[in-house]
Ligand binder design. Structure first.
Ligand SMILES: C[S@@+](CC[C@H](N)C(=O)[O-])C[C@H]1O[C@@H](n2cnc3c(N)ncnc32)[C@H](O)[C@@H]1O
Length: 197
C-alpha cells in the first residue's frame, strides 16, 4: 500500500474510532435534490465514510455498494443500515487500487473525496446513460478556517469540467453555503451523465 494511503487510513480510523465520535447521518443536500429525477439502479459510493449517502440511496430504491478505506467507518454504516432496515453492501478497499469494472454502475457518488486519477476508470465503469454525482471543496474553500487546505484535496472548477468534457453536464456549479451549524464551505457540485453512444 502507498505511504499516503496508509497514512490516510490511520488518520480516518482514529477519527471514526474516537470515543466521542458521532457520525453525521444527514445525506448531502445536493444528492437529495439531484436524485429526485434519476431512476434507481446499481450505485457505488466512493469513500463512503459512515454511510450517510449510501443509506439514503438504499432508502430510495438503489442497490448500493459503499467503499471506504476505513473499516471503522464501514462498521458504523453496517450498524446504522441494520438499525434502519436497509441493505448497503460495504467493502473495505483502497480506491487508488480498485477495479471499478466495466459499465456496471448506474450512479457513482464522489462526495468530499478528491482523487482525479480515479476518473478514467470510474467513467469507464458507469453504464451509458448513467451518472456521476460529485461534490467536494473547491480551491476557494481555503479562505475558511476549517476543512482541508492542502491543494491536492481542493478542486479547480476548470480541471473537473475538463475531465468530463465528453459527458453531459446536467449540473455544474461552484457555490458557497453556510450550514445549520454555521459552518461555511465552498464546493464544486456536478451531476454528469455518460453519453448513450
Ligand atoms: C471526508 S470523508 C467523506 C465521507 C463521505 N463521502 C461523506 O460525504 O460523508 C473522506 C473519506 O475518504 C476515505 N478515504 C480516504 N482515502 C481513501 C482511499 N484511498 N480509498 C478509499 N477511501 C478513502 C476516508 O476513510 C473517509 O471516510
Amino acid at each position: 500500500m502507498y505511504k499516503r494511503t496508509q497514512d490516510s487510513r490511520e488518520t480516518w480510523e482514529k477519527r471514526y474510532k474516537a470515543p466521542d465520535y458521532q457520525p453525521n447521518m444527514k445525506p448531502v443536500p445536493f444528492l437529495v435534490e439531484m436524485i429526485q429525477g434519476l431512476p434507481p439502479g446499481q450505485a457505488i459510493c466512493l469513500a463512503a465514510g459512515t454511510g450517510r449517502n449510501a443509506i439514503f440511496l438504499a432508502q430510495n430504491g438503489y442497490q448500493v455498494t459503499a467503499i471506504d478505506i476505513s473499516q471503522a467507518a464501514l462498521d458504523w454504516c453496517d450498524m446504522m443500515s441494520n438499525e434502519l432496515g436497509v441493505e448497503v453492501k460495504t467493502l473495505e478497499a483502497d480506491l487508488l487500487a480498485f477495479d471499478f469494472g466495466n459499465e456496471v454502475w448506474d450512479l457513482a457518488t464522489n462526495l468530499y473525496f478528491y482523487e482525479p486519477s480515479l476518473f478514467q476508470g470510474l467513467k469507464q465503469a458507469i453504464r451509458p446513460g448513467g451518472h456521476i454525482l460529485f461534490q467536494t471543496y473547491s480551491k476557494a474553500h481555503k479562505k475558511f478556517k476549517r476543512g482541508p487546505s492542502n491543494d491536492a484535496f481542493l478542486v479547480h472548477p476548470h480541471e473537473l469540467e475538463n475531465e468530463f468534457r465528453d459527458w453531459e453536464l446536467l449540473y455544474f456549479e461552484e457555490t458557497e453555503y453556510t450550514d445549520e451549524q454555521n459552518k461555511s464551505e465552498s464546493v464544486i457540485q456536478m451531476l454528469a451523465r455518460k453519453p448513450k453512444d
